[in-house]
Design a protein. Structure first.
Length: 399
């Protein structure tokens, strides 16, 4: 009995010391460098760490190797440098937002984060993750000054969102093999080159405004594969056999789509307003579970293996291709609405949007019955809806 009498207060005291030193699971709020220095004997901080927005200049998290929670800073626009010389792991989100004067991150040992979520860090040029993050559930990097993603070397990732980084010239995520959520690139530097040499599978891959894309290993996507507003002339995915929706839209210089192994599109297949695309050939494409909707200025369209289109079929071009083969399919291979038109002045998509950025499009005066639909679903709606979905996701992600 006597032992317990003395031991309990001792234990309580020990816990109190522990709590004061390294957190007790509650959020640790840091208002100054000296607040931080109180923790520099802690290998592990128990709980979330929040860097107050009043922090200034260089901020250093000394000693700590692991944060068993999130590391967050919102609106700390006077922090110029953020270092954590020993930090290896952040269990939850590493979230930095609105650090408008941050020029340097120095996290030489960091290799694992729950999620990485950076937004509005406009003059940060490099990540400063010397060892490199090899483990992250998701990555979102929006509106930073980064010129590369050196420091991120993941084998697998959930969401991977890289948008509005106007200095980002190259992305080479060499190790990435598998993504289990959306990969999205949009609005980065106009000549962004993306190399995903080992990416074999993923869910959705959406790419806007880039100058080259290399996906030599890509075999299968569960969801959408889409390319909008890019400047590359050629897109090749030699090993891709299957994708969800497939979209090529508004790629002004695209003249060659090479998908020699593509067999199945589990959704719709849209090709429109790629004015330099003269020839459309998918030698192995057999099944499209949605609609085929190709419009533009092509002189050749060849789908020799096509067996089953569960949705409609719309093929319209200013060019002189042959509808002959397709006409013979309309009652068996194609299950939805059928339309094929060569040498038309105003090719349109099946929803009536203009199929070519040089023609006058769905609002032309040739009396075609596509015109009415044009007002309902305009060309602009499609990317806007996609963007809204993405920003919606980002929002959830931030909250
Ligand atoms: C940053 O410093 C400026 C100038 O001292 C000050 O006006 C501003 O409020 C500071 N920002 C924050 C978030 O405290
Ligand atoms: C991709 O990663 C997920 C989650 O780690 C896993 O379940 C899936 O089997 C992987 N797919 C491939 C093709 O490696
Ligand atoms: C493409 O697939 C073939 C056959 O499965 C394989 O041998 C080759 O390594 C793949 N290419 C790449 C770049 O992954
Ligand atoms: C992913 O792709 C599927 C199928 O194409 C689509 O329905 C879904 O909206 C896409 N999700 C995102 C976040 O892009
Ligand atoms: C980026 O792509 C979008 C299509 O998603 C396009 O509307 C926009 O004009 C492109 N921006 C630039 C700068 O090319
Ligand atoms: C299209 O690209 C593929 C793959 O890069 C290449 O083999 C083929 O020769 C190109 N076709 C044309 C017409 O340039
Ligand atoms: C369109 O192609 C067909 C078949 O190759 C050819 O007979 C016809 O003259 C072409 N029309 C034009 C306007 O070039």
């Amino acid at each position: 009995m006597a032992f317990i009498k003395y031991a309990l207060p001792l234990l309580a005291a020990a816990q109190a010391v522990f709590a004061a030193d390294c957190g007790d699971g509650d959020t640790i709020r840091i208002r100054s460098q000296s607040d931080l220095d109180k923790y520099n004997t802690c290998e592990t901080l128990e709980g979330d760490v929040e860097l107050d927005k009043g922090l200034v200049d260089a901020v250093t998290i000394n000693g700590v190797q692991r944060i068993k929670g999130a590391l967050t800073s919102n609106g700390a626009d006077n922090i110029t440098q953020l270092s954590a010389p020993s930090l290896e792991t952040i269990d939850k989100t590493f979230h930095l937002q609105g650090l408008t004067r941050l020029t340097a991150l120095d996290f030489p040992e960091i290799n694992s984060v729950g999620e990485l979520d950076f937004e509005a860090i406009p003059i940060l040029q490099s990540l400063g993750f010397t060892k490199g993050i090899t483990n992250a559930g998701g990555v979102s990097i929006v509106n930073t000054g980064l010129t590369s993603l050196d420091g991120i070397s993941l084998n697998s990732v959930g969401r991977f969102i890289i948008t509005d980084n106007t200095a980002l010239e190259t992305v080479d995520v060499n190790n990435l093999k598998n993504a289990t959520n959306l990969i999205n690139f949009a609005g980065n530097y106009k000549d962004l080159e993306i190399s995903l040499p080992n990416l074999a599978s993923g869910t959705n891959l959406t790419i806007r405004n880039v100058s080259t894309v290399s996906v030599p290993s890509l075999e299968k996507l569960e969801g959408q594969l889409g390319f909008w507003g890019n400047t590359f002339s050629s897109l090749s995915a030699p090993n891709l056999t299957e994708a969800g929706d497939l979209v090529f839209e508004d790629n002004a210089r695209l003249s060659n789509i090479s998908l020699p192994a593509l067999e199945t599109v589990n959704g719709g297949f849209l090709i429109t307003r790629n004015d330099e695309l003269n020839s459309i050939v998918f030698p192995k494409l057999a099944t499209v579970t949605g609609a085929i909707d190709f419009s533009g200025a092509f002189d050749k369209a060849s789908l020799p293996a096509l067996k089953n289109v569960r949705g409609g079929f719309n093929m319209q071009s200013t060019g002189n291709f042959s509808c002959e083969t397709f006409n013979s399919w309309k009652d068996n291979t194609i299950h939805g609405t059928y339309k094929c038109e060569a040498e038309t002045d105003n090719p349109t998509t099946s929803d009536g949007s203009s199929g070519s950025s040089t023609s006058s499009g769905g609002s032309g005066s040739d009396g075609s019955d596509d015109e009415d639909d044009a007002a309902v679903l305009t060309t602009a709606n499609v990317p806007v809806m996609a963007a809204a979905a993405i920003f919606g996701m980002l929002f959830q992600y931030v909250l």
